[in-house]
Design a protein around this ligand. Structure first.
Ligand code: NDP
Length: 270
């Protein structure tokens, strides 16, 4: 049996096994895909044990994406620039690392939500692992500029500096974001996980597409966006399915159909 998994902590909530089972069914592939809960200080041991058991690949979720980077022998450009890995392929003892988060977000925005990124002003809230993963694929779509605003300003300044060779990207503290509207706001903080809202000026949401990377429930950010005249509001379920599709293609060389999978998840999670 072809062995795959997602490793995280927590991992119980993960929809990845359901998504990959549906993709595998589309191409008649027989595979197992399980959830592995690794202790917070035990990612590397859990990953190595799974590899020793004959695994062909695995996804990595919160909080291990940066740690996973250190296991890799060969990186894609996405993984290299992100400094974080969410997909590992094992082939003849070599570990190949990819980061599909950004491709997943771009595919959701452009294909599922029919949004164009080219020429747009984008505000990203947060400067953690998810932001590291989405910056390059977003910049490759040639937005007018990307503002990265983070609670800890030094992190957004550093990220903006690291990615400046790929496009116009500027770092700020959250408190520096004034009420000037932008086209797209992406909440890439983990505040929604704690039921909190990053503190930014409400006026900035007016007329913007407001996208929370969190999925599975209405978040304070989504509520805030609706109350402050956002053009449209969405969660990150589409990104989840699209990043999984890219991971599936990385492993199996075939890109699965995503629309029906997203529709069925939407029906069960809403
Ligand atoms: P990290 O832990 O790496 O980063 C967390 C970020 O959130 C930091 O920038 C942190 O700021 C900020 N933050 C946390 N709490 C608050 C708060 N109360 N107010 C303001 N800022 C806050 O997390 P990730 O980047 O890995 O993940 C972020 C989110 O994206 C998670 O909800 C995750 O589930 C989601 N995600 C969704 C995906 C999808 O497919 N839909 C894929 C990947 C991630 P500071 O630096 O100051 O601590």
């Amino acid at each position: 049996m072809n062995k795959y998994a997602v490793i995280g902590n927590p991992v119980d909530h993960s929809l990845s096994p359901t998504i990959h089972a549906q993709f595998a069914k589309q191409i008649g592939l027989s595979m197992s895909y399980k959830k592995i809960l690794a202790p917070l200080d035990g990612f590397s041991v859990a990953a190595k044990n799974f590899i020793s058991s004959g695994a062909l690949g695995f996804n990595i979720t919160v909080p291990f994406k940066v740690e996973a980077y250190d296991l890799i022998d060969e990186y894609t450009l996405n993984a290299k620039t992100a400094g974080a890995v969410n997909t590992i392929k094992v082939e003849n003892g070599t570990l190949y690392g990819e980061n599909t988060d950004g491709i997943g977000l771009v595919n959701d925005l452009c294909n599922n939500l029919q949004q164009s990124i080219k020429g747009k002003d984008i505000l990203i809230l947060g400067a953690g692992g998810a932001t590291q993963g989405i910056l390059l694929p977003l910049l490759e779509c040639q937005p007018e500029r990307i503002l990265v605003a983070n609670r800890t300003k030094t992190k957004s300044l550093k990220l903006a500096n690291n990615f400046s060779e790929y496009g116009k990207v500027c770092g700020f503290g959250l408190d520096q974001i004034k009420a000037k509207p932008v086209d797209i706001i992406i909440n890439a903080t983990s505040a929604s996980l704690d039921g909190k809202m990053p503190e930014i000026a409400p006026g900035v949401a007016a007329g913007a597409l407001c996208y929370d990377l969190m999925y599975g429930k209405q978040t304070p950010f989504m509520q805030w966006a609706r109350e402050n005249s956002a053009l449209a509001v969405t969660d990150g379920l589409g990104m989840l399915v699209e990043q999984a599709a890219s991971a599936f293609a990385f492993w199996h060389g075939k890109t699965p159909e995503t629309k029906e999978v997203l529709k069925s998840l939407r029906e069960t999670t809403d």
